[in-house]
Structures are given as structure tokens and as C-alpha cells.
Design a protein around this ligand. Structure first.
Ligand code: TRP
Length: 324
């Protein structure tokens, strides 16, 4: 039998090329080798959101990008976290075996508490417990995540071990499967590509919009004039060219170093490559978006299949904890 993969992503709406290169592509690939469960974690989103008006739209936009990129609801379970309420119950049960001290020392908790001092809510502390519930509810062994999630995964393993020790072997210890892709830097050439920071390129942009966005990218800051020699090794546009498999990349680097080509040349090429690679994705997306019923149906079907597994696990957990 195939091993089970679980991963979750916050409903951030339209996805960008950082999401695509760093996570979505990998999700798509794993579908053939594993039984995959991919979850849009709306409850986790609530730990940092007070204005939730865009939530429903963001869930659907994200799913459209996932489907257009090749996540296949025939192969994988695609669902929204809160549609399977068993996770909230398991979260409560796991919270009883999680020492508070473990949670208070999680680096992401400390960061978030600093970022939103006016909203250090209880859910924020329990974030990794909910994440553990996500994973073990489906008894997933493999969890594809980025490096930033490793502390959460370590905690998930500790909670799992503790549960198994106290109540008997129940859950496999989940292991992180690091995405091999390096962090994608945003158009500012500085921070990780993120919608929040406004330094992203959305997958669903038009050809023209993509070109416009790429033209705003920061390149080698030391290269002020077209005649200055460039430094491809520190240039984010150059890095993106390699990610999108630009042909003759060595020649491009050499031409940049000797000022034979300018940054505009590189940007135009990058926009062209992105547009070529995303063309089929955008066509699929447009077709899917034309049928809103389809997205609703995919999510309903995903929730139904997820719940069938979740129900069995939760019964077992309740039994082991003496609740039934
Ligand atoms: N915390 C993850 C993130 O911000 C999202 C997430 C929630 C997740 N539950 C998960 C990831 C379970 C992997 C497995 O990216």
C-alpha cells in the first residue's frame, strides 16, 4: 500500500510563482508515489486574521491554482480543514498531552507574538497542536514542508510519541520531507516572495501583467548603468532565469558580467519564459473558473473522503483515551 502524505497550506488566495516552485510543483509530483491528502487550513488562518471577509474567496482562488497546476482530485484528497470538524476534537484531545512549555518555546509563536502583540490569542499558542492533529488524523507518515515548518514538525513528532507512550501505539511518527527547492526571493530582491509583502508574481496574471511585474524586479544593485558589469551570482532575476530553465544560462551570465546584455534583456527573457511555462496552467484555470459548481463539488467530495478516514481515527483515539 502507498504511504500517506499530508500537507496543509494557508488560504492565501491566488498563488504566486514562489508557491508554485516551492510547494505546488512538489505536491503534484508526489501524487503518483503516495496517497496524498492536501488541506487548505482555514482554521490556522484564523490565528492571524481578524478580517475574514476574503476567506471564502481566497480558498476558492487557491484551489483553482492548485487544480490548474495539476493537483488531481481523482488522485488526491483536496479539502478545507474546517469541513472536517473531527480535527478540532482531536486538537482538544492532543492538547491534553502537550506541555505548555513546549508550545511557548516554538520560534514561530514568539515571532507571531511579536508581530501581532495586540492579538496573541490562545489559538496562536495551539497552532502546532492543530497542525499535529491535521497530520495524525490521517495517520500520515510523510509531510512535505518548507524549512520554516521544521520546528512545528519536530513538535508534532514529540506530541505523537507522547500520545503513543501514554495510550499505546496509535500514530506513525510523521517525518518532514523537505522540498528540495531553494527559497524563492521576491521582486524586491530581498525577502522571500510573498503576497503580503507585495513582491510576488501571481500565476494567474495575463501575459502583459506578468511582463509589467517582472520589469519592476530589483536586479544587481551595484549595476547602476547599462555599461556597468553585472554580478549574476547576486542577481535575483538571474536566479529566476535558472529556475525557469533559461537556455544558454552560462552565456547569459558571461554577457551580464561583461555588460554585453542589460537587465532589461534578462527581464524580457524571464517574462517570456514564465509566460510560456504558465500558458497551459492559465488556460486550465480559466476553464475551471468558468464553472464555480466544479470547485464546490471538488471540495465537498474531498471533505467526504477525508472525513471517512478522520472518523475512524477519532473513534480509536477516544477509545484509547477512555472516552468511550
Ligand atoms: N503551518 C503550515 C504553514 O504555515 C500549514 C499547515 C497546517 C501544515 N497544517 C499542516 C503543513 C500540516 C503541513 C502539515 O505553511
Amino acid at each position: 500500500m502507498k504511504e500517506r502524505v499530508f500537507s496543509g497550506a494557508r488560504p492565501t488566495g491566488r498563488q504566486h510563482i514562489g508557491n508554485y516552485l516551492g510547494a505546488i510543483q512538489n505536491y503534484v509530483k508526489l501524487q503518483d508515489e503516495y496517497e496524498c491528502v492536501y488541506c487548505i487550513v482555514d482554521l490556522h488562518a484564523l490565528t492571524t486574521l481578524t478580517d475574514t471577509r476574503a476567506l471564502q474567496k481566497n480558498i476558492r482562488e487557491m484551489l483553482l491554482d492548485w487544480l490548474a497546476a495539476g493537483l488531481d482530485p481523482q488522485k488526491s484528497i483536496l479539502f478545507v480543514q474546517s469541513h472536517v470538524p473531527e480535527v478540532a476534537e482531536l486538537h482538544t484531545l492532543l492538547s491534553m498531552v502537550t506541555p505548555l512549555s513546549w508550545l511557548l518555546r516554538v520560534p514561530t509563536f514568539k515571532e507571531k507574538a511579536k508581530l501581532q502583540p495586540q492579538n496573541v490569542n490562545y489559538g496562536l499558542v495551539g497552532y502546532p497542536v492543530l497542525m499535529t492533529a491535521d497530520i495524525v488524523l490521517y495517520k500520515a507518515k510523510v509531510v512535505p514542508v518548507g524549512e520554516d515548518q521544521l520546528p512545528h514538525l519536530e513538535l508534532a513528532r514529540e506530541i505523537t510519541r507522547r500520545f503513543n507512550t501514554l495510550f499505546g501505539e496509535t500514530f506513525p511518527e510523521p517525518t518532514a520531507k523537505l522540498t528540495s527547492f531553494p527559497m524563492v526571493v521576491g521582486l524586491d530582491g530581498r525577502d522571500k516572495m510573498s503576497k503580503q509583502l507585495g513582491n510576488d508574481i501571481e500565476l494567474a496574471l495575463t501575459v502583459e501583467q506578468t511582463r509589467e511585474r517582472v520589469m519592476t524586479a530589483v536586479t544587481d544593485p551595484a549595476r547602476r548603468y547599462r555599461t556597468d558589469p553585472g554580478h549574476p551570482e547576486i542577481c535575483n532575476v538571474f536566479k529566476l532565469l535558472t529556475y525557469f530553465n533559461a537556455p544558454d544560462i552560462e552565456k547569459i551570465a558571461e554577457e551580464c558580467r561583461t555588460a554585453q546584455r542589460g537587465c532589461v534583456d534578462c527581464k524580457l527573457l524571464l517574462a517570456e519564459l514564465i509566460n510560456a511555462i504558465l500558458k497551459p496552467l492559465r488556460e486550465r484555470r480559466a476553464a475551471l473558473a468558468a464553472d464555480p459548481q466544479y470547485v464546490t463539488q471538488v471540495l465537498a467530495d474531498g471533505a467526504r473522503r477525508a472525513e471517512a478516514i478522520a472518523h475512524v481515527t477519532l473513534q480509536e483515539v477516544k477509545q484509547k483515551m477512555g472516552l468511550i
